[in-house]
Design a protein around this ligand. Structure first.
Ligand code: NAP
Length: 358
């Protein structure tokens, strides 16, 4: 039997994916839970599992469609009526549509997703944050995404909602910095959940490389408990993608992301496979080069070397970006051309490391 922390975590979107994995971690650690979502049966079943597996003492299920007007206010009122203090809020529930904004996606569904991803998240944050600040304790986890900092064609409205969450979170972190309340933005890369099917997407290229939701939740949980401002779950590759998003031209990012969200056409798959994978390697290599060089080398040198490194890294970063640009342009060309670019990236990598550690 779990002794319990006596604290409560409220999790929206706990019925599947990342939210369910997070709920499991809170249950394991002895938190009471408030689970919010539309699939009441699934949430009830989950509550039974947590009670029997982890001895969770109190689990409240709130059946709510958060895309409805003032849904967050209703959730808050129900929590108040039950006399529950929410110590941790996880705003996980989120959804997308799939297709071209001008001609393919449905406005009613887009309106609902803006309500869910933006309005409900903002209102939940406002209501529970106010109480947390007045108690001077509490933690909030906000589901942003790595696409919060890149264009995301074919899921354009979704990407924009995540940019909103990312920006809101970073501003609020500043506003509450003199309190004991913390807020963490979770920025996962594409993850193996129901997300793409719920969005109505066919099988997509991006689904070749998906992160594990349990890993995402574990990294998020750790960062939330430490009160970190943001967390990019996974290894260096995901962190390097963030770095690349900050230094790459928007056009290049948009065309790369568009390819990831392009349906897997079985007939063309074989022909495109070599080009796509080489492009991906070039992109990741450039990202890793820039990321590792900037972070590792900078952190490991003294003040004088840091100044020298800043100068050298600035010059070499431009070269890496040129190569990345060229690689993007060469997409339509044969595989050999991309392989040349890959060789170029490797050369720049060598130069950067030599400079950084000279
Ligand atoms: N998967 C990815 O590649 C990825 C990457 C970055 C960020 N994210 C973000 O991670 C979060 C979780 O997504 P996931 O990947 O775990 O997808 P998922 O498995 O589809 O889970 C989405 C959750 O949101 C809830 N939800 C959806 N619409 C809702 C509504 N109208 N009202 C209340 N709850 C609703 C669902 O619960 P009910 O169906 O019970 O309502 C479900 O539990 C989302 O915010 C998503 O944007 C996902």
């Amino acid at each position: 039997m779990n002794a319990g922390t006596g604290k409560t975590a409220l999790i929206t979107g706990a019925s599947s994916g990342i939210g369910q994995e997070l709920a499991k971690l809170f249950a394991k650690d002895g938190y009471n839970l408030v689970l919010v979502g539309r699939k009441e049966d699934t949430l009830d079943r989950l509550a039974d599992v947590f009670k029997s597996n982890y001895g969770t003492q109190q689990i409240t299920v709130i059946n709510k469609d958060l895309s409805e007007e003032d849904a967050a206010q209703d959730v808050y009122n129900q929590v108040q009526e039950k006399g529950i203090t929410v110590n941790i809020l996880v705003n996980d529930a989120g959804a997308s549509t799939y297709g071209k904004f001008a001609t393919e996606t449905d406005w009613e569904r887009e309106k609902q997703l803006v309500h869910l991803n933006v309005l409900a998240t903002t209102q939940m944050t406002k209501l529970f944050l106010k109480d947390m600040v007045s108690r001077n304790e509490g933690r909030i986890l906000q589901l942003a995404s790595l696409v919060a900092i890149t264009p995301f064609p074919l899921m354009a409205v979704y990407g924009a909602t995540k940019a909103y969450i990312w920006n809101l979170t970073q501003s609020l972190i500043n506003e509450i910095k003199d309190t004991n309340v913390t807020m963490t933005a979770l920025m996962p890369n594409a993850t193996a959940t129901n997300f793409f099917r719920e969005a109505g997407a066919p099988k997509l290229n991006v689904e070749d490389v998906l992160d594990d939701p349990a890993m995402v939740a574990k990294d998020a949980y750790k960062a939330l408990m430490k009160g970190e401002a943001k967390v990019i779950p996974g290894g260096m590759g995901n962190k390097a993608q963030e770095m690349m998003a900050y230094v790459s031209p928007q056009e290049t990012l948009a065309s790369g992301m568009r390819k990831l969200l392009t349906p897997k056409d079985e007939a063309k798959a074989e022909a495109e496979e070599s080009q796509t994978s080489v492009w991906t390697i070039v992109g990741i290599a450039a990202a890793v080069v820039t990321g590792i060089a900037l972070v590792t080398a900078y952190n490991n040198t003294n003040a004088i070397d840091r100044a020298r490194y800043r100068y050298q890294a600035g010059k070499l970063k431009d070269q890496a970006l040129d190569l990345f640009h060229d690689a993007d342009d060469s997409l339509g060309d044969a595989k050999d051309a991309a392989v040349d670019k890959w060789a170029g990236v490797k050369k720049v990598a060598t130069q950067i490391f030599s400079s950084a550690f000279a």
